[in-house]
Structures are given as C-alpha cells and as structure tokens.
Design a protein. Structure first.
Length: 381
C-alpha cells in the first residue's frame, strides 16, 4: 500500500512539510475500503487490554474510558469512539503502516481508529507528535492551523485537552481515501458531517523527561554508574569561600555526560525504543518447542514464520558482537547471525525458503526457538 503522490512528490513532502506544516493529499489511497467496521471496533473497545475512550459533545464535553460493556446509553449524534493500537490486533489495519514506509519505522507508534457519529469530534487541540489521518467511510470537516509552540492547551474536562480558536490554513472536507498530515504543535479540529471512520497513524516522540528517567532506571537496573565524582582543589579556595566554582559545576556536568557518552546510551536507546508502548497480542507457544522439533518444522516447504503485530525490533553491530533487541529484550549474538537478524527485523513474514540459509547455524535455531516459545513469532502454514 502506497500513497498516490499527485500534487506533490514524496521528496517535496519530506523537505517542505515533514515537521513543518500540514497538508492534505486528496485521493491519496485509491478506492479505499475500511479494514474494520464500526461494530468490530466497538467489540475491540470491550477488551481489557485495549485502550479506548468515548468523547461526547451533545450536552457539553464528556470523556469516558473503556473497556465498555455496552453502548446503549449513547445518543444518535455528537459522539466519537477512539481506540488506540488497533494495528496490534487487526492485520488489515496494520497494513496501513505501509503508507508511511518511507519514514523512519522505529518512530511509528500505532494506528488509532475512530468511529464518529454526525457532529462528533474531540474539539480543537494539538499533538506533540507527527500524525497522518486517513479518511475512511463518511466525511469529516477539518480545520488545521500553522505550527505554533506558544499555544496553550487547557483541560476542558478531565482527560480532554483543548486549545482556543486558531487561524486555519487548511479548511477541507475529507472523503474516503483522503490523507491529512499534521505536524507537531499544529492545532486542528475535525467535525463529522456524517457517520465516519478515521485512521490516525501516530509517530512516537519521547520527551526529555521520559528519556532521562528511563535511562536512570536502566543505569540502576544494570548496576552501572558507580563511579564517584572528584575534582581538583582551587589554588586559592578562600577567594570563593561559600561558593561553588563554575569550573567545578562544568566538571560535574561532564561527569554526568560520561555516562551517556560511554556507549551505554546506545544500548539503552535500542532497548528503550523497542519496548511496546501499547499491549501486544503476545501468546507464548502452547507447547514448548525443542530446537530439533523447530528445525524439522521450519524445513517444511509450506511453513511460514510470522512476527506478532506491532512488535518492534532493532539491532546494533559492535566490534565485539551483534546486539539484537526485541520488545525491550536484549540478545548478544555472533556476527555471523546478521543475515537472520536482518530478515527478522525487516520482514513481517518469512517463508521456509527465505530462512533456509540461516537454519544451518545452530545458534540461529537456538535464537528462533527462544523467540517462538516466548510468543514474539509464531508458525503458520
């Protein structure tokens, strides 16, 4: 699945729009058919492990979080059901991620799906991350403003942040197959003209606080950072009695930076960025595979190895080893396992033919056995 670039090229989008300004791509997906309907979306929102909410605006703003047991109290109009991470559960929704395959894949967070009745919406607001909104069935009226980092959001009601009015530079009605790109800090407001489905491909944008606290946890959990700070004594300490010299503060800052520049941060970043931001459909194998059983099965002609939807992987090559990261887990591997790791990282499914050359290495069988027994990959025919 690819975007139909008509009014502008992919390269123009990257250089002139990405992170800078919003744009509407009309008929970006030709003959688009919804990969999920409203009933199935409502059923998914009944699940405990799925994050969902209903936003109503029929009698003022109101937010209710799932899981939901029924929808009998909803009015005919002016409400929206929003479900996060639908790409983790519905393969056809996961396919929508291919629309943005030209962008860094590690930054894709999830695909949120919303059903909105006539007059429904969540009000004017802004996000601090990039998002593409693909219009499914129905029509929605969108107004989008220019990037403005000075805009302040207020909590209109609990769990609903909104902004005051803004000047729209985009004022469009989206129809099935239209795609709206909204950069971070660009205010936007969508109103449903008729019952509609929308698919929001959101990108991950970790904050400095999130990174710093997670890195501190990483240092603590791995029993690192035990070096003690020391510095040279000022040749005339009485001159600055009661003050901390600026050079000592600089030395302390450099001491802190050493924990990041030592190579630990690279390892942490791969591990952190492969941790799931939402629940995945991970089910450990019903029976424990042995290495010999798995090898025999994977050598079968009609077998396919599948990655769990939404599973994040990465790898890092160092002078000493090949490091593989999966769902926040870390595996230290031999350099000659790179071919298998590239396949596992780049592909959602692998045939026995594609795996054949990797199956001659015992260490690859050991790794695959662990990954399948854990439930990160599964076998189908």
């Amino acid at each position: 699945m690819n975007i139909n670039w008509t009014n502008l090229s992919q390269q123009t989008f990257i250089t002139e729009y990405w992170n800078k300004k919003p744009v509407v791509l009309k008929a970006a997906v030709t003959n688009f058919d919804d990969p999920i309907d409203a009933n199935d979306l409502a059923g998914l929102a009944m699940e405990e492990v799925v994050e969902s909410r209903i936003v109503r605006c029929d009698q003022g703003w109101n937010v209710k979080h799932g899981p939901f047991s029924d929808y009998g109290d909803l009015p005919e109009r002016q409400w929206s059901l929003l479900v996060q991470g639908v790409d983790r559960w519905i393969p056809e929704v996961h396919e929508l991620r291919k629309l943005v395959s030209f962008l860094p894949q590690w930054q894709i967070d999830d695909v949120m799906v919303s059903f909105s009745s006539q007059g429904g919406g969540v009000g004017a607001h802004l996000d601090q991350y990039n998002v593409f909104i693909l219009q499914g069935q129905g029509r929605r009226h969108w107004q989008v403003g220019a990037v403005d980092k000075t805009l302040q959001q207020k909590e209109t009601v609990t769990d609903l942040l909104q902004v005051d009015s803004f000047d729209a530079i985009i004022d469009e009605i989206l129809e099935p197959g239209d795609l709206l790109y909204i950069p971070p800090f660009s205010p936007h407001c969508g109103e449903t003209l008729e019952d509609a489905m929308s698919y929001s491909i959101g990108f991950r944008a970790p904050s400095q606080t999130e990174l710093l606290t997670s890195f501190a946890d990483y240092i603590f959990e791995n029993e690192l950072g035990k070096n003690r700070f020391s510095t040279q004594v000022n040749s005339n300490p009485s001159r600055l009695k009661g003050a901390i010299p600026g050079q000592d503060i600089d030395a302390l800052k450099q001491f802190m930076l050493e924990s990041i520049e030592s190579g630990r941060f690279e390892h942490f970043a791969h591990q952190f960025l492969t941790e799931p931001t939402r629940e995945l459909d991970i089910v450990p194998s019903e029976h424990e595979w042995s290495e010999s059983q798995l090898l025999q099965t994977l050598q079968s002609e009609h077998v396919q190895l599948n990655k769990v939807l939404g599973l994040q992987t990465s790898y890092r090559i160092t002078e000493q080893s090949l490091q593989f990261f999966c769902n926040g887990m870390y595996f230290s591997l031999a350099p000659n396992q790179l071919n298998l790791i590239e396949i596992l990282s780049k592909q959602e499914t692998m045939t026995s033919k594609e795996l054949k050359s990797s199956l001659v290495q015992l260490e690859n069988i050991t790794l695959l056995t662990t990954l399948i027994n854990t439930g990160y990959w599964y076998i189908s025919e």
